[in-house]
Design a protein around this ligand. Structure first.
Ligand SMILES: Nc1ncnc2c1ncn2[C@@H]1O[C@H](COP(=O)(O)OP(=O)(O)O)[C@@H](O)[C@H]1O
Ligand SMILES: [Mg+2]
Length: 293
């Protein structure tokens, strides 16, 4: 495995270097896949989609860790209705270890960050380095590690995006969301040499609107940046009250909406892992149950 420090240092040089190359799937061993759920803009659904994806991957039998990378405005635990304890501070100060801070629900593990912690605010810690160290130490325990990224295009957020195998850019039909995701892709391409991303359209209202966003973004990104975009699909805007949203979004009850999400996810895991992904207990079941083609 590459050293985190070496990888980070590579970005200090003049040249734009690529993320480390991945080992190939050999003899049934499938390396942990790291996905950052990102998008530049706030409020586009990153945290909701990260949680839903982690929950569904775990449900399908994949050992899944979700890391909340919004260091001091952590939302993952809130959306799950869990108490906020800022235990992550203890991990940063080495008073607690990973196992003591991670929340475990079967195959789904969650590492929440902090909420308004003065210690985190005052500290000089490099959050990206801490997260990359956590990933390096624990990736062998998981099939998937998902990063719920903060809004913005800080160096730390971009470094984490570039470190992952895949970037899911979450975009809504809102003009500022489209512009922000383009800026993110541009910075990732020019500064980190990232030439491929995934795109997920959230909160669209009709097929015409969905097609327009896909077309505008993929073409512009390809033509001006030479970057490839894999379209994951879309999630329609749901008409539920703000208070009822998290419960609805994370519900696993059978519905057209749920079926559509699983289909989108299955499309990704199939392309990402091929037959090896199917060998993992539960994923085959997911494919049959939902009749995905
Ligand atoms: N598909 C959707 N339909 C309707 N509202 C949505 C949808 N996705 C997200 N939202 C709304 O956007 C809010 C912000 O979502 P969140 O996942 O916290 O975004 P982010 O992490 O990008 O800031 C949610 O609380 C919800 O009200
Ligand atoms: Mg968020």
């Amino acid at each position: 495995m590459h050293k985190t420090s070496e990888w980070l240092q590579s970005f200090s040089s003049e040249k734009n270097l690529k993320a480390p190359s991945r080992s190939l799937i050999t003899d049934g061993f499938r390396p942990c896949r790291k996905i950052s759920i990102t998008g530049g803009k706030g409020g586009v659904g990153k945290t909701s989609i990260a949680l839903k994806t982690a929950q569904q991957l775990a449900q399908a039998g994949f050992r899944t860790l979700l890391i909340d990378c919004d260091s001091n405005l952590s939302n993952t635990a809130i959306k799950l209705g869990l108490p906020l304890d800022n235990k992550f501070e203890k991990l940063l100060s080495a008073e607690a270890n990973f196992e003591e801070v991670v929340i475990q629900r079967g195959n789904f593990h969650l590492l929440p960050a902090c909420n308004g912690s003065v210690e985190v605010f005052e500290s000089k810690i490099k959050f990206d380095e801490i997260i990359i160290d956590i990933i390096s130490s624990h990736e062998h325990e998981y099939d998937y590690i998902l990063l719920d990224c903060p809004a913005g295009v800080s160096r730390e957020a971009l470094t984490l995006n570039a470190y992952c195998d895949h970037r899911w850019i979450i975009v809504t039909p809102d003009k500022s969301s489209i512009t922000d995701s383009y800026s993110l892709v541009k910075l990732l391409a020019t500064r980190f040499g990232i030439k491929e991303n995934h795109l997920l359209i959230n909160m669209y209202q009709n097929d015409k609107q969905y097609q327009k966003v896909v077309h505008t973004l993929t073409e512009t990104i390809q033509n001006f940046l030479g970057v490839r975009t894999n379209v994951l699909g879309g999630i329609k805007k749901v008409e539920v009250s703000a208070e009822g949203f998290d419960t609805f979004f994370l519900s696993e009850a059978k519905s057209e909406w749920q079926k559509n999400f699983v289909k989108l996810l299955y499309g990704f895991t199939e392309k990402d892992g091929g037959p090896t992904a199917l060998q993992i207990n539960g994923a085959t079941q997911m494919a049959h149950e939902h009749d995905v083609h």
